[in-house]
Design a protein around this ligand. Structure first.
Ligand code: AMP
Length: 193
């Protein structure tokens, strides 16, 4: 039995942090399109060069690029019970492509966990992360765009999954441990996780 989850939430909501904690205990594999894109930029590939300016501005890279990266990672993953999609899908086209890719494996998205965090907390987390990690899109200007983008794409993507009744809210304002506990509690509702 496979189990696939989407971690949905605004930039700096803690999706990556929580995905890294949850994947270990559940034999799931985190697939972060943001991490994959940053790796391409760091390696200086053609794709990375194409994506960098868009990422730095806070806008979305093309569906084609991120869907291709996800398809490739899914096909290479071995010995996993399922995936934690982190930062993907961000458009309805990505959500539909993901459903198709999973259906080809006889799988589906079992749950969408929506991490809810106030904008003011996001801005201070990004300031902290900018100092720690030096991400070039963790600036005040890019963050403004990223939050606007989030508002616009979540209005498309969340209803897509709400219609399937698989969206669960998580209070992302709490400590890392408390958020993990909330996520574990939601996952326990589904025996497969
Ligand atoms: P993240 O680390 O998820 O915040 O992603 C950093 C940046 O990578 C985003 O602001 C986008 O420019 C790009 N990106 C990551 N995932 C996606 C996606 N699913 N669709 C489009 N662009 C993405």
């Amino acid at each position: 039995m496979s189990f696939n989850i989407i971690f949905f939430g605004p930039p700096a909501a803690g999706k990556g942090t929580q995905a890294k904690i949850i994947e270990q205990g559940h034999k799931l594999r985190q697939l972060s399109t943001g991490d994959m894109l940053r790796a391409q930029v760091a390696e200086g590939t053609a794709l990375g060069k194409q994506a960098k300016a868009i990422m730095d501005s806070g806008k979305l890279v093309s569906d084609e690029i991120v869907i291709g990266m996800i398809a490739d990672s899914m096909s290479r993953a071995k010995n996993v019970k399922g995936f934690i999609f982190d930062g993907f899908p961000r458009t309805t086209a990505q959500a539909q492509a993901l459903d198709t890719m999973l259906a080809e494996r006889g799988e589906k998205i079992n749950m969408v966990l929506e991490l809810q965090v106030d904008d003011s907390a996001l801005l201070s987390r990004v300031e902290k992360r900018a100092a720690e990690e030096g991400r070039s899109d963790d600036t005040v200007d890019a963050m403004k765009v990223r939050l606007e983008q989030y508002r616009s794409y979540s209005a498309d993507v969340l209803p897509y999954y709400q219609a399937k009744e698989i969206v669960f809210g998580v209070d992302g304002m709490r400590s890392i441990d408390e958020v993990t506990m909330q996520i574990e509690a939601v996952l326990e509702q589904d025996q497969a996780a």
